[in-house]
Design a protein around this ligand. Structure first.
Ligand code: FPP
Length: 262
C-alpha cells in the first residue's frame, strides 16, 4: 500500500485541511461547570462529534481523526471507563446506518484486543462497521480507541522486525528506513494530519499521533469539547489558512513572489 510522508516528500496542501485530527478534551469540566456528573459531558461530547462530522463533510475535509479513548484513559475510575465503553457501543450501533448513508468510511485504530477482556462486543461491532463502510470516500472518520502514539510506533516496529526475521538474519544488516516502518503504522491509509485541534485549554499532544504529527499545524482552544461547533471549526480552519507550511523549506521557496530573499 502506498503511504504518505511529510519528511520523505513535500505534501501538496490546499485551503481546506485534507486531514483534521482532534483531541476532544474538556467533557468532564463542561459537566462540572453545570454541576452535572462527568458522564453527562461525554454524552454532550458525542453530540459535538456528530456536528463536527457533518461540518467536515460540508467543508470537504477528507479525513477526520478523533481521540476517543487513550491507552492512559484506563486509569480513570471504573464507572467512567464502563460508561465510555457503553457510549461507544451504542454510538456504533445507532450511527452506523447514518454513516453508511452519508458515504462515510469508519475506521477504528488502537489496541482493540484489550477491549476483549472488558467488552467483547466492541471488536465485533467495529469490524462489522468498518467492513460495511469500507468503500465510502466522502469522509474517512477514524476513531482512536485504546490508542497511544508510542503503542502505534512499537507495534509497527514489531511487525517490521517480524517481516525481516522471515527474510533471514542478513535482512537485519541494513538499517530500518522510514519507508520500511510507515506501512505498518495504523493510519497508513491516510495522509498525515494537516491540522491538529485540541479543545479544553491544555496544550499538549497526550500521546496522540506522535509519528503522524511531524509537520502538522497545531490549534488550541479553551472551549470545552461539548461546546465546540461548526463555527469554531471554521475559526480553526481560518487560523490554519494563515500558516505558511514550509516543510523545512524557506519562505522564498514556498512563495517565490513574496519578496522574501530567504
Ligand atoms: C476527554 O474529556 C474526553 C474523553 C476521554 C472521551 C471522549 C469521548 C467522547 C467525546 C464521546 C464519545 C465519542 C465517540 C466517538 C463514541 P475529559 O473527560 O478528559 O474532560 P476533562 O479534561 O474536563 O476532565
Amino acid at each position: 500500500m502506498a503511504f504518505f510522508s511529510s519528511t520523505l516528500t513535500t505534501p501538496q496542501t490546499g485551503e481546506v485541511p485534507r486531514h483534521i485530527a482532534i483531541v476532544m478534551d474538556g467533557n468532564g469540566r463542561w459537566a462540572a461547570h453545570r454541576k452535572l456528573p462527568r458522564v453527562a459531558g461525554h454524552v454532550r461530547g458525542l453530540d459535538a462529534v456528530r456536528n463536527i462530522v457533518d461540518a467536515c463533510v460540508q467543508r470537504g475535509v477528507e479525513y477526520l481523526t478523533l481521540f476517543a479513548f487513550s491507552s492512559e484513559n484506563w486509569r480513570r475510575p471504573n464507572e467512567e471507563v464502563s460508561f465510555l465503553m457503553r457510549l461507544f457501543i451504542s454510538a456504533l450501533e445507532r450511527e452506523i446506518d447514518k454513516l453508511h448513508e452519508s458515504e462515510i468510511r469508519l475506521r477504528v485504530i488502537g489496541a482493540l484486543d484489550a477491549f476483549d477482556a472488558f467488552e467483547p462486543r466492541i471488536q465485533e461491532l467495529v469490524r462489522a462497521a468498518e467492513a460495511r463502510t469500507e468503500t465510502h470516500q466522502r469522509l474517512t472518520l477514524t476513531i482512536a480507541a485504546n490508542y497511544g502514539g508510542r503503542w502505534d510506533i512499537l507495534q509497527a516496529a514489531q511487525k517490521l522486525a517480524f517481516e525481516r526475521l522471515l527474510l533471514g538474519p542478513t535482512a537485519f544488516a541494513s538499517p530500518f528506513k522510514e519507508a520500511d516502518l510507515a506501512p505498518h503504522l495504523s493510519m497508513v491509509y491516510a495522509p498525515e494530519p494537516d491540522l491538529f485541534i485540541r479543545t479544553g485549554g491544555e496544550k499538549r499532544i497526550s500521546n496522540f499521533l506522535l509519528w503522524q504529527l511531524a509537520y502538522t499545524e497545531f490549534y488550541f482552544t479553551d472551549k470545552f469539547w461539548p461546546d465546540f461547533d461548526a463555527e469554531m471549526l471554521d475559526l480553526a480552519i481560518s487560523e490554519y489558512q494563515k500558516r505558511e507550511r514550509r516543510f523545512g523549506r524557506t519562505s522564498a521557496q514556498v512563495r517565490p513572489n513574496s519578496g522574501h530573499l530567504f
